[in-house]
Design a protein around this ligand. Structure first.
Ligand code: MN
Length: 511
């Protein structure tokens, strides 16, 4: 008989812990709506006790999601449960996910207690949540990957008795090998007497590149829910990618398992969300990378021509990668722009905002004949809706440093130099510098004026699509006073994008 696998997406919680991923409330709503449309069963919307802005964005997500259950994370403390319940008031279906570290590492060094006391604390908190609030209660055994199976079975039994409807077995530190992780689920299915009253969920981390392999072993051994994220974002090396798990289930396991995910929306959802999260997706990214359907080698191309099945098993249409993309050009009017923007951002564009975006659109269209969805998303992010501030009290203050003008000389056989006009606070200043390239020259010129000591730690430039006239995006990581700050920018000029990304990062610590 076909078995249903539930999908819990934690892009907005675990995924939001990706370094540099600082999602605004309105962006979380956008991703949540896309996840809902995609068909995920449960959206983990955040950790509401971590602060007002997180709490507010959980509420905003609850108000905009129609089908999926909204789940929120808590620690095993009553105050967290109370805040979680409050954050869920607008959810059609809410779930409180509480839990505690169950490995000896956590028991001895984090909680400085013993197994019996910890077990009691777990049971008490589940009972409190179940008895006080009308929401489903889920329980996670943090660091279950390094918890011995015997104790894990005891705690799972106890929290199910206390009313937990699902229990997550996270490999929090990405330690487990697939056979070990699978054996854990097998052990629990065989040794938890009340296992028929709850489902087990897998939550895997990719530190050893095994997050997907571990999730698969969990399913084979009895997990009926898997925690995933779009593009595998998440703490450290990330989580099991939704697109990988879904494609495995749909393409290899269609006789045994199914989910509620609409595979046709995978490509679009991943690409759009990656853009919102400022992720650079490598071309060799499984399932959704540009190279997945590119056949470069001569032997492969010859084989493909004889019969596609020779070298292709995964087809672009399996994940909706061939859906017709409407492209706009300099000739497109405001209504076409508005229509496409509203479709891809799933939000209404008011007249003022449309005007701002349209003017910028014309500037780009003058240098780039075809404007695709990626360019439009970048534009819509540059002119965010007023709802950003309404939803979450996130102040839209003007950047402290702005670039008014820049001229660089670059080339082969010339000495690179840059001239910049900057706005720093209310002051207008100019600066010049030489450098070993145009970006270096411009950044050196800016540094002369802002006088800070900072180090560019990581610097990624990626073309969004194809062609030398394409938009590029730049992700930059700047280290200042032992802290990391992230900057992003998109432009058809890679020097401008690089310098703007640098300024974006610097603005995050300059006031
Ligand atoms: Mn995690």
């Amino acid at each position: 008989m076909l078995q249903r696998i539930k999908i819990l997406d934690t892009t907005l919680r675990d995924g939001a812990q990706t370094p540099g991923c600082n999602l605004k409330s309105v962006e979380k709503v956008q991703i949540a709506k896309a996840l809902d449309k995609l068909g995920v069963d449960i959206i983990e919307a955040g950790f509401p006790s971590s602060g007002t802005s997180e709490f507010n964005s959980v509420q905003a997500v609850c108000q905009s999601v129609e089908n999926a259950t909204i789940c929120v994370l808590t620690r095993a403390v009553k105050e967290d449960i109370d805040i979680a319940a409050k954050s869920l008031v607008y959810a059609k279906n809410g779930c409180i996910q509480t839990g505690i570290g169950t490995s000896d590492y956590h028991i001895n060094y984090k909680f400085k207690t013993d197994r019996e006391a910890l077990l009691k604390r777990a049971v008490d908190i589940v009972r409190y949540a179940v008895e006080t609030y009308p929401y489903n209660v889920a329980f996670y055994c943090e660091d279950a990957g390094r918890t011995d199976n015997d104790f894990l079975a005891r705690i799972v039994t106890a929290v199910i008795d206390a009313g937990a409807k699902s229990v997550t077995i996270p490999d929090t530190v990405g330690y487990c090998l697939p056979n070990e992780y699978g054996a854990k689920f097998k052990y629990l299915i065989e040794n938890v007497p009340n296992i028929d009253k709850a489902i087990l969920s897998a939550h895997c981390h990719n530190d050893l590149g095994l997050a997907t392999a571990n999730a698969i072993q969990a399913i084979i051994n009895g997990a009926r829910q898997v925690d995933v994220t779009l593009c595998g974002v998440g703490e450290r090396a990330g989580n099991t990618p939704l697109e990988q798990l879904q494609t495995i289930i749909a393409k290899r396991w269609s006789n045994e398992y199914f989910t509620n995910i609409d595979s046709n929306l995978i490509y679009e959802t991943c690409r759009t969300s990656a853009r919102i999260m400022n992720l650079q997706l490598p071309a060799d990214k499984p399932v959704i990378g540009y190279n997945v359907f590119a056949h470069a080698s001569g032997i492969h191309q010859d084989g493909l021509l004889k019969h596609p099945a020779n070298y292709e098993f995964l087809h672009p249409q399996d994940i909706g990668a061939e859906s017709s993309q409407i492209v706009l050009s300099a000739l497109s009017g405001r209504s076409a722009l508005k229509y496409r923007l509203e479709l891809i951002t799933d939000s209404k564009i008011d007249a003022d905002r449309l005007e701002l975006i349209y003017n910028e659109f014309l500037k780009i269209a003058a240098t780039k004949p075809v404007i695709d969805d990626n360019d439009l998303l970048m534009l819509s992010q540059r002119f965010p809706t007023k709802a950003v501030t309404e939803y979450s009290n996130e102040q839209q203050t003007a950047d402290y440093i702005g670039l008014d003008f820049m001229k660089v000389t670059a080339g082969v056989g010339v000495r690179c130099k840059a001239f910049v006009k900057l706005r720093i606070g209310n002051e207008r200043v100019i600066a010049r510098s030489y450098g070993n390239g145009p970006v270096d020259a411009a950044i050196k010129a800016i540094k002369k004026r802002i006088g800070s000591t900072m180090l560019i730690h990581e610097f990624l430039i990626q073309a969004i699509d194809k062609g030398s006239d394409d938009m590029c995006r730049v992700n930059i990581q700047v280290k200042y006073n032992d802290k990391f700050y992230y900057g992003f920018a998109g432009n058809t000029d890679i020097v401008a994008a690089s310098v703007l990304a640098f300024i974006d990062a610097v603005n995050k610590f300059s006031k």
